[in-house]
Design a protein around this ligand. Structure first.
Ligand SMILES: Nc1ncnc2c1ncn2[C@@H]1O[C@H](COP(=O)(O)OP(=O)(O)OP(=O)(O)O)[C@@H](O)[C@H]1O
Length: 235
């Protein structure tokens, strides 16, 4: 499976995000998306998730050389700021989520099994989501991803709110999903990108630029990225 961006353009008025950008993300790899603040990483994710329309070009999935259409249901999107029903408890939310996704969730386990899997202890499972920490809310979003096994997983700076143990657990979960999912991960933490990603992609000068994988662990990688992102290009 591949996620293909073909000649994609997106702008908000005068603010260009991408301009005739093409890129192919492949299943079995974790891609780290790096770019300066405000360059458009979240917008690009929103375009892939079909939350925001692109101005030109096409975004599609490809399997065995054939274009296949997809909808929002095929995309797992873990937002920086989670969108969750704050009036429910974590347990109620997972139960509700399983109910409304019955068609997709094969042989579901009880809600507490998923909550424990991401480290939400029984004492917290029946608390209102309103009272959850940012990291706990992100963990709930990860449960939705685990349950629906989306074709594409977009992670918008998700690990920044996790403590060291939770971050380690999340990395393991993400790595477990790697073989069956196309994973694109946006982060400002270079070390995290180096640890977790197979390829680094820069969103820069309205385009996507791949960094060759052998460079990721090179000693001067950080300097290389800083230099590339400091180059303002044309427009
Ligand atoms: N709905 C919108 N309407 C108009 N402008 C928008 C909209 N959404 C985002 N923008 C603008 O598009 C640009 C890119 O924003 P975006 O949030 O995608 O950047 P980002 O790379 O994710 O930033 P950061 O790294 O700071 O989180 C910003 O200038 C932002 O103000």
């Amino acid at each position: 499976m591949k996620l293909v961006l073909q000649e994609v353009s997106k702008a908000f008025g005068e603010k260009k995000i991408v301009k005739q950008t093409s890129f192919v993300f492949e299943q079995g790899k974790i891609y780290g998306l790096l770019g300066r603040n405000g360059v458009g990483k979240t917008t690009l994710f929103n375009c892939i998730a079909k939350d925001v329309w692109i101005d030109q070009g096409e975004i599609y999935l490809e399997e065995a050389g054939k274009k296949i259409s997809y909808d929002e249901q095929d995309i797992g999107y873990v937002h920086t700021m989670p969108h969750l029903p704050e009036f429910m408890t974590g347990y109620e939310f997972v139960r509700f989520f399983i109910d409304v996704n019955q068609a997709k969730v094969q042989n579901p386990l009880p809600p507490n099994a998923y909550l424990e899997q991401v480290g939400i202890k029984s004492a917290d499972q029946h608390k209102l989501i309103r009272d959850y920490s940012h990291g706990m809310k992100n963990k709930l979003q990860m449960i939705c991803v685990i349950l629906t096994e989306p074709k594409v997983l977009l992670l918008d700076e998700p690990l920044t709110s996790f403590d060291v143990v939770a971050s380690y657990e999340m990395k393991k979960l993400i790595l477990n999903l790697k073989m069956q999912t196309i994973i694109v991960f946006s982060t400002h933490i270079l070390q995290l990108a180096q640890d977790l990603c197979d390829e680094i992609v820069l969103l820069h000068n309205h385009g996507l630029q791949e960094i060759k994988d052998q460079d990721i662990h090179a000693e001067d990688f950080e300097n290389e990225i800083i230099q590339l992102l400091s180059d303002e290009g044309g427009e």
